[in-house]
Design a binder for this molecule. Sequence first.
Ligand code: PEP
Ligand code: MG
Length: 585
Amino acid sequence: MSPDRREKTLRGIGVSHGIAIGPAFLVQVDRPHVPQWKVAAQDIAAEQARFQQSVMTAQNELGELKEKSASLPDTAAEEIGLLLDAHLAMLSGSRLVRGVIKRIADEGINAEAAIEHVMQELTDQFRALRDKYIAARIDDVEAVSNRLIRILMNLPYIALDSVPPGGIVLAKEISPADTALMDPKRFAGLATVHGGAAGHTAVMARSLGIPSVLGLDPDMLDHSGHGGIAIVDGVTGVLILNPSEATLAEYRARQQALQNARADLDKITTLPAETTDGQAISLRANLELPRDVQAIVDSGAEGIGLFRTEFLFMNRSTLPSEDEQFDSMAAVVRAMQGKPVTFRTLDIGGDKIARAVGAWIAEATNPALGLRAIRLSLKQPQLLIDQFRAMLRAAALGPVRVLLPMVTTAEEVEQAAQLLRRCHADLKAEGTAVPEALPPLGTMIEIPAAALSADSLAAVSDFFALGTNDLVQYTVAIDRGNDQVAALYNPLNPAVLRLIEFTLEAARRAGIPVSICGEMGADPRYTPLLLGLGLREFSVGSAALPRIKQRIRALGLAECEAHARLVMDQYDPAQITAIVEQYGS
Ligand code: PEP
Ligand code: MG
């Protein structure tokens, strides 16, 4: 049956400012429905031979992959090599292969169905052992079984590598780590079923400037889009599969209008971020991947307000050494030519996973409430020591600030500060170049408890950074990456606004600066409110920076303050949204 090629419009969450048009490519990570049929006694041997043939094909495929992977950079080649070896081992005389041969005979069923049953049996047994090492083998059993099923069902293997240049990826889910691997020159757009606006996949997609729509209906995976043209509208959150000529023309015009608006915005790159009444606002940028630093330099940012160092730990199986981290950090500090760079210590856990630290984080029912960020770093202080030493060495090359993620108590800051001082003293004693004074040490305010104890945290911090992505998640108890509750993820909830106001007041009393580095700061609809509440420093993705600057340059502080007062007098989130929307963007 040929696929239905009628135009289909699906609505999701637009998470980046752009429109992409290109060939749609369905990245099928899931196993298709596996048919089961009876095999007559006289055909059992032939069915077993068909299975053995698929095993040989799989061995050849893996052998070829191994050859290809040899050209990857060292650590990646080693890691993939180990993985492929494990898969190859599973194809020779393993329980999986023996089990399938036996099942075909015992139950008189086809090979693909037998594989599915054996895979289920093995993974259930592995899960029951509750051992982390064995649990990791579940992925291998599933990967090998899926490969065999795909070969037997004659289905093409689809991976990100196969996406044509300028293609639009349709997938159930793409992890933040996989998103980090997506080259924006190659991938025009992204559309997925899972993911929320403030999850790290969204943050990453925005940072790479890949127009994306997440949280779409699973219908989009029904194959009707694969191979046709797709439109991803990251502004309004729409995915259109197989657009008509008229729709295509409409979106090409919209795409052009966005590009023109962008070109207009580029003209203000060198102008200051200043309100109409002359208040200078600090406008810095967020950085995830060191390779993107040039976009920040080009955007006219006054520095880097958040460097998420966790991306240095992703897509590899070993920890980056102090020297490796220093090299990346030094490159960023040098590129910024005297403008300050804020390095945040590792924030792994929650929806951000890195294999090298995975062994320290036990599987948890609520990973966002578990061993994440500073909690992990203080438990494994060598992580902090390596990072602090790299940061301090980079600080010899230009102004650097150090930022701690997921802080709950002043004690955590004090423990980290003590380690930072020790690293500084050690480096000096070793004769390594570091600045005479310690770099400013800041605290992320992203847990309600931290916001509510902002005065005690201000006493031990040189600056605050408001992490509204998490602050909203933890205040309204909505998982920031969960599409099912995404509509309830609301930065305008009065509880969130009060926590922001409370933090700003505590910082003002203590005389320390506060910046916002969560996505709320990158949305021009919220700029008047944030300015009116007293915020004077923003750090946003470089793609959003010109829009925020344009907004700031059109606002006066007095009108912002009046707007903020009106908003803070409300208790109904819907009413607040209406007031904020009315103010426009
Ligand atoms: C935040 O939580 O707002 C933040 C900036 O940090 P991250 O998105 O990396 O959790
Ligand atoms: Mg956060």
